[in-house]
Structures are given as structure tokens and as C-alpha cells.
Design a protein around this ligand. Structure first.
Ligand SMILES: N[C@@H](CCC(=O)N[C@@H](CS)C(=O)NCC(=O)O)C(=O)O
Length: 220
């Protein structure tokens, strides 16, 4: 049985849990999940650091193979466990999804994380409010790029749902929740009609609502 290390409130653990759900893989049957990270601890123990020297979640053990980096774990699960072909395997779909996965981790999240960590994981007295607002407004501009793509296709990689959509939708959901919870600190949220329609479609057609947070998990 695979073993997934990580608390359910982590965006990166949520990606993996959502991917497992889409593939029909069940907690307790196909994998076991162990709470780790933040107040659960465990991720700085010598045993954990042997698996993942970054001390971060998610970390996946599948027999001898140990993987970290949430997008890599999703790629692995989709390659090994997608017997029912939930995600399209043709080259354009595959690599358009890859492109958005790399954009999510290399461009989008580094921009959004300043606002996200600043407002949810940083004590009020230590918050850099100018930096938080800039991060949020820059994220508006980035999601406008996704909106342009979604004007011509239903999902990020074409007309079928793919793992790229998982990574993006969880960021969009945090972007919306941040503005809802901290309207003044984030400044305005751009109305993006194609992104909104895409998110609604995903909420209806996938396991997103079972996995994504309904409210921000705020550490005070
Ligand atoms: N790029 C990594 C980032 C992993 C990461 O930053 N994980 C966070 C949670 S989202 C973490 O482990 N934080 C420390 C903690 O929870 O204690 C990935 O995509 O998996």
C-alpha cells in the first residue's frame, strides 16, 4: 500500500489527495495517509528527512520509491495508476498540462504565496501589508493569462480535465478565499469570467469539493 505523508490542509497535499480520488484510489485500501507538517510535526524528524531532505509535505512512499514535489507525485500517479484513462494521454493534452503544472509551481505560486503565507501563517505584527497587496494584485494579472486560454478551451490542456487543472484550481480557490477573508489587505479581485466558469465546471464534474478547503486555514 502506498503511504502519503502530509496534513490535509496543505495545498500540495490536497493536489495529491484530489488526484488519488480522480483515479479511484481509496484511503485505507490503496494508500494510507499520515498527518505531518505544521502542528502535527514529524516532518523534521531524522527518519522523515531521510525520505525528504526538504522536510516538506507531501511525501509519497510506494515500496522502495520515495517521491516529493506534489506535481511530480501527481504525474507519477497518473502514469502508473490511470487504468481507466481519467486523464488524456495524447501528446498535446499531456504537454499542455505539463506546461501549466510548471507555470503553477514556478510562476503562479511564488507570486501568490506571499499573500497566502503573509495572511494565513504570519502573526499580524510581522505582516508586510504592501508586499501582500502587491502579491495579490500580481496574481490577478497571472490569472488573467489563464482566463485568456480558457476563452478557447474548457480546461487548461484542452477539452478534458487533466492534472494541470488540479494544481491551478486549488490556487484559484485560495485566491478567491483570500479576497473574501481579507478584502482590504488584498485589494480588489479581478472578475475573470472564463476562470469562474471553468471552476464551476470542475466543482461539478470532479472530486474538488471533497478535498479543497471551504475556509482559509489560518494560524493565529
Ligand atoms: N514544491 C513543493 C512544496 C511543498 C511545501 O511547501 N509544503 C508545505 C505545505 S503546502 C510544507 O510542507 N510546509 C511545512 C509544514 O507544513 O510544516 C511541493 O509542491 O510539494
Amino acid at each position: 500500500m502506498m503511504r502519503l505523508w502530509g496534513r490535509k490542509s496543505s495545498i500540495n497535499v490536497q493536489k495529491v489527495l484530489w488526484c488519488l480520488a480522480e483515479l479511484g484510489l481509496k484511503d485505507g485500501v490503496d494508500f494510507e495517509r499520515i498527518d505531518a507538517g505544521l502542528h502535527f510535526g514529524k516532518n523534521r524528524s531524522p527518519e522523515f528527512l531521510k525520505m525528504n531532505p526538504n522536510g516538506l509535505v507531501p511525501t509519497l512512499e510506494d515500496g522502495e520509491l520515495v517521491l516529493w514535489e506534489s506535481n511530480t507525485i501527481m504525474r507519477y500517479l497518473a502514469r502508473i495508476h490511470d487504468k481507466a484513462k481519467r486523464f488524456p494521454g495524447d501528446i498535446p493534452s499531456q504537454y499542455n498540462s505539463e506546461k501549466w503544472l510548471d507555470w503553477q509551481v514556478g510562476t503562479l505560486w511564488p507570486t501568490l504565496r506571499v499573500a497566502f503565507l503573509g495572511l494565513t501563517r504570519t502573526p499580524e505584527a510581522e505582516r508586510n501589508y504592501a508586499g501582500i497587496k502587491k502579491s495579490y494584485q500580481d496574481t490577478n494579472d497571472l490569472f488573467a493569462l489563464l482566463d485568456q486560454t480558457l476563452a478557447n478551451q474548457q480546461y487548461c490542456s484542452g477539452n478534458a480535465f487533466h492534472i494541470g487543472d488540479i494544481a491551478l484550481a486549488l490556487c484559484v480557490s485560495r485566491w478567491i478565499l483570500l479576497n473574501k477573508t481579507f478584502p482590504e489587505q488584498t485589494g480588489g479581485r479581478q472578475e475573470l469570467k472564463n476562470v469562474t466558469a471553468w471552476l464551476k465546471r470542475i466543482e461539478k464534474e470532479t472530486y474538488m469539493n471533497d478535498i479543497a478547503e471551504k475556509e482559509l486555514n489560518i494560524i493565529k
